[in-house]
Design a protein around this ligand. Structure first.
Ligand code: ATP
Ligand code: MG
Length: 447
């Protein structure tokens, strides 16, 4: 993409309404625009990152054997009356009535809808196990929408639902989700720690939240510092193997790590030596639940068993805050100049800065770099504006592309361009071909 043809409404001023750095940077980098409290338009740069995050979530869910689908945002109130949650959910639920006076709602989550789909089409143990998921907009009329996309009213969530014959099978699905979530967050360049949590209005007593440590996080967390050394890495896990998934769960959840809702000081002190006890703040970027037969019993979702009996299915639900993740990633990865995107989610793979727009040799070198990167499956953002170098660097630093290639007449006389890392600020001179080859190699690790 050439910047002169793109839509990147960067703000010079720091927006006064934004209290935390990720919100400020998303506004300044022209990623989002608020349309009303807690509701945003996703401008092209923000939309690109949102799509990258979604893509990672899809790939990792499909890898785990979970099946993508799409349910609507508007749901009939009657399904929620069946489960008993229509009245329980309270004011966070946006209630609407259609022209015929039928009660509808903008879905805050989808347990009822998915259970209705299941009971309409599945009746036998032979169709299990089954995990269906979608990535869809949710609406929760939060009392205090704030921090930009971190606590929105309309937000994008991946929510998945497992259906299993019994508790053991459902707990395997739970573990599969834990593994796939660890992989997903790491691919986004994030460390998200599973912590024991509280069921909340969705219910259930087997549940973990995934938290990204950050000062601006809304949750208070308590943990054993050893947990921050754990890395999932690129290990291969067989999602069909109960033992392998269980081993990952044990590895990542056996140390003390809890949110304030479940924190127990006496257990903390008994389990964790004082030097390793930490309390901090965290951003919840996902949660997994096993809640047994809560919805299947209320809504009549059962299957025939091998011996001809009938049992309600065991279920769980598993969510990732897709839109919140943009804020979380920026909170975890920025400096005073702007965002620093991890390679896994960056909106463009690199920037090209032409130091002398209009100079024949510099323009030609930028064009051929652009073509070579594109031919290698990389997407550059070429700053082809007639601006000073300083202004171009400032824009690149603000929008946070992890790599920048700087092209100028002086370097070109020696046959070199400069490749700069946004994270370290280090630059290296090399031929344009070598710069392309280096980027190809770097991104090969993030496919
Ligand atoms: P919170 O405690 O932050 O209100 P929750 O526990 O109610 O969230 P879940 O029902 O677990 O949320 O939803 C799954 C994920 O969706 C959360 O882990 C979070 O990342 C994201 N999410 C929830 N509410 C919001 C919101 N208002 N804005 C953006 N993302 C949200
Ligand atoms: Mg939650």
């Amino acid at each position: 993409m050439r910047l002169t043809r793109y839509f990147l409404p960067v703000l010079k001023e720091t927006p006064a309404e934004a209290q935390i750095v990720s919100h400020r940077l998303m506004l300044r980098a022209g990623m989002i625009k608020q349309s009303s409290a807690g509701i945003y338009s996703w401008l092209p740069l923000g939309f690109k990152v949102l799509r990258r995050i979604e893509q990672i979530v899809h790939e990792e869910q499909i890898r785990a054997g979970h099946i993508p689908m799409l349910m609507p945002t508007l749901q009939p109130a009657d399904l929620w009356r069946e489960s008993g949650r229509y009245d329980d959910y309270g004011q966070e639920m946006l209630r609407i009535s259609d022209r015929h006076g039928r009660d509808m709602l903008y879905g805050p989550t989808n347990e009822e809808l998915i259970t209705d789909i299941f009971r309409s089409h599945v009746g036998s143990y032979k169709d299990l196990p089954l995990t269906l998921y979608h990535i869809q907009w949710k609406f929760r009329d939060e009392i205090r929408p704030r921090f930009g996309v971190m606590r929105g009213r309309e937000f994008l969530m991946k929510d998945g639902y497992n259906f299993d014959i019994d508790q053991d099978a459902a707990l395997h699905a739970y573990n599969r989700h834990l593994v796939s979530y660890l992989r997903s967050y790491e691919r986004m360049g994030l460390q998200a720690i599973p912590m024991r949590a509280d069921g909340g209005p969705i219910g259930g007593d087997y549940t973990h939240e995934f938290l990204v440590l950050a000062e601006t996080g809304e949750s208070e967390v308590f943990y054993d510092s050893e947990i921050t050394d754990l890395k999932f890495g690129d290990r291969a896990v067989d999602y069909d193997s109960v033992a392998e998934c269980q081993a990952v769960l044990e590895e990542f959840t056996s140390r003390y790590a809890r949110t304030d809702e479940t924190h127990d000081l006496s257990v903390f002190e008994a389990q964790v030596p004082e030097a390793r006890r930490r309390s901090a703040r965290g951003i919840e970027v996902g949660q997994i639940f096993y809640f047994g037969t809560k919805y299947s019993e209320a809504m009549g979702a059962s299957v025939v068993t091998p011996d001809g009996g009938r049992v309600p299915v065991h279920m769980g639900s598993h969510g990732i805050g897709v839109s919140r993740l943009l804020g979380a990633i920026i909170e975890a990865s920025h400096d005073e100049k702007g965002i620093i995107w991890p390679e896994g989610v960056t909106p463009f793979h690199c920037g090209i800065v032409n130091l002398k727009q209009g100079d024949g040799a510099a323009d030609a070198a930028c064009d051929s770099l652009y073509a070579a990167l594109t031919a290698n499956g990389l997407e550059p953002l070429y700053d082809d504006r007639s601006e000073r170098a300083g202004a171009k660097f400032a824009t690149m630093d603000l929008i946070g592309l992890p790599w920048r290639i700087t092209v100028g007449p002086r370097g070109l006389e020696k046959g070199v361009v400069e490749l700069t890392s946004r994270r370290t600020g280090e630059s290296e001179e090399m031929t344009p071909e070598a710069a392309v080859a280096r980027l190809v190699q770097i991104y090969a690790a993030h496919r």
